[in-house]
Ligand binder design. Structure first.
Ligand SMILES: Nc1nc2c(ncn2[C@@H]2O[C@H](COP(=O)(O)OP(=O)(O)O)[C@@H](O)[C@H]2O)c(=O)[nH]1
Ligand SMILES: Nc1ncnc2c1ncn2[C@@H]1O[C@H](COP(=O)(O)OP(=O)(O)O)[C@@H](O)[C@H]1O
Length: 199
């Protein structure tokens, strides 16, 4: 599968979840670059980080513009709102059968409850969470935002795989990127075979 796009008519949404800094965005970028699996854009009211762009990383909203969106689920994470719409998902599915979306664990649970047959879940974790602060600093995040994030109840919650996802999530340990990449390649290979078997 390496380097190609997946040829099948079955559609699937790869839900990428886990705590901040565990590598969710890195994985979604890798899926796009290597397998042409694009990410469904979500909306947020949090300020843009250095290097982020509206419409590329998120749709950046104000609380007022956020309130006008038709979201199938929305959450508050470290003081800001985030939400995703079924409309964007269905629009994206018309263009490609395989997509990814990056969600907190609460959002991932909502998707497993609303469209269980159309999703697969990747839960990202790391053996030593103390390195996450360093990763976020290297990413260029504002130190105050890092502190706010790491002290949030959502961060602590998302470090552990929630009970509701235990039977469905594929756990990827991202201590070292080279090893994580191999786990993802295997996951995609299995997913492609499952899709072919269904036809
Ligand atoms: N439930 C839900 N979570 C989202 C959505 N968009 C982003 N998130 C999650 O919100 C959390 C915070 O995202 P972000 O501020 O980009 O921080 P990061 O995880 O450090 O990159 C992460 O867990 C994202 O996966 C959404 O539409 N719905
Ligand atoms: N295995 C790894 N080792 C070291 N740094 C990593 C690894 N995986 C990702 N990173 C880096 O850590 C930072 C956080 O990763 P990111 O994908 O943005 O996490 P998330 O989206 O879960 O918050 C990024 O700068 C990314 O390049």
């Amino acid at each position: 599968m390496n380097g190609g796009s997946i040829m099948t008519t079955a559609h699937k949404l790869i839900v990428i979840t886990g705590a901040t800094g565990t590598g969710k965005t890195t994985v979604s970028r890798y899926l796009t670059e290597t397998y042409n699996i694009k990410r469904v854009m979500t909306h947020t009211t949090r300020p843009m980080r250095p290097g982020e762009q509206n419409g590329i990383d998120y749709y950046f909203e104000t609380p007022a513009s956020m309130a006008t969106k038709h979201l199938i689920e929305h959450v508050t994470y470290a003081g800001y709102e985030y939400g995703s719409s079924r409309e964007s998902l269905h629009k994206a599915w018309q263009k490609a059968p395989f997509l990814s979306i990056v969600l907190d664990t609460k959002g991932a649970i909502t998707y497993t409850q609303t469209i269980p047959n159309e999703i697969v879940v990747l839960f990202l974790t790391i053996d030593d969470p103390t390195v996450l602060k360093e990763r976020l600093t290297k990413r260029g995040d504002d130190p105050e935002m890092i502190a706010k994030r790491l002290n949030s109840p959502e961060y602590s919650r998302d470090l552990a795989l929630p009970e509701e996802l235990k039977d469905v999530a594929h756990v990827i340990t991202n201590n070292r990127w080279e090893e994580a990449k191999q786990q993802i390649d295997q996951f995609i290979k299995d997913l492609a075979w499952q899709s072919i078997d269904q036809h």
